[in-house]
Design a protein. Sequence first.
Length: 297
Amino acid sequence: EAAMLRELRRRWRSYKYRFVPWLALNLRRQRRTLRYVPESSQDKIIADEDVFETLLKTFKALFINDFSRQADILSLLPEVKCQYLELLTVEQKWSEVNSYSHRGQQVFSPEEVLFNTLGFTVSRDQSSLVSAGTGVFVTRGFVPKGTVVSMYPGTVYRKHEPIFFQSLGNPFIFRCIDGVLIDGNDKGLSRSVYRSCSRRDQLGPFQMSDESWLTATLQNPLAVGQYVNNCSHEKAANVCYQEFDVPGHFPVELKQYLPNIVYSHDIESHLRCVVLVTLRDIKQGEELFSNYYTVVS
């Protein structure tokens, strides 16, 4: 029996990549996330610098809000600690001016931090489309055109990396322009793979990614993009996907809020993220809709 299992493993290693054409067909049926994007396409609605600044601003606000839990990280980064203490002091003085402070640091929910930082909140709820399941709504505030309104979380797979079993019956596989795939499924094997990779890459107190999007309690409230539904004849697209490679100088203490992780840790390249950018102004109460097959030519 052991010999038979070894033989099966050997044959699987020899033939597994022959399933790539089947995988492509399988994914093509999953209309929720797969897009047809020729390699010559571009998807830059706003500049990468704007995406970077939005994520940096949001993650810094989340970090400061959760400052008391960051002691282990800050003890290893004394210069960074001084910078955040200065920012925290400024925020506390502002709170005192507005009579909102009380003893100690006032701690907000991540959703409140998002609202205070960017002027809106987004959350998952039952979609307004019939039989569409979960959708994503602007639950508070106002989102101007050209704003990063959400992120697509998940494990990032390069070409030919093993995603066969994770793809079975999975409507959350997102295809990037260069063929990179992001598995945004928060259940089953996909969930286990993400958690395994995330804990593999942790360096002492430094978390290189955010696992909270796998739960109902989000540490990064933007990480709901996998639940944005495709547009319809009645509901036009109001957001689009934009790929973003996290630069090497991204602050290490803020990587704990990145909802993506690479499957292969031995590949030296920038982490691929996908953000959702608004195509028009979006008001409170509106659901987000994308067009999975639309890119900028």
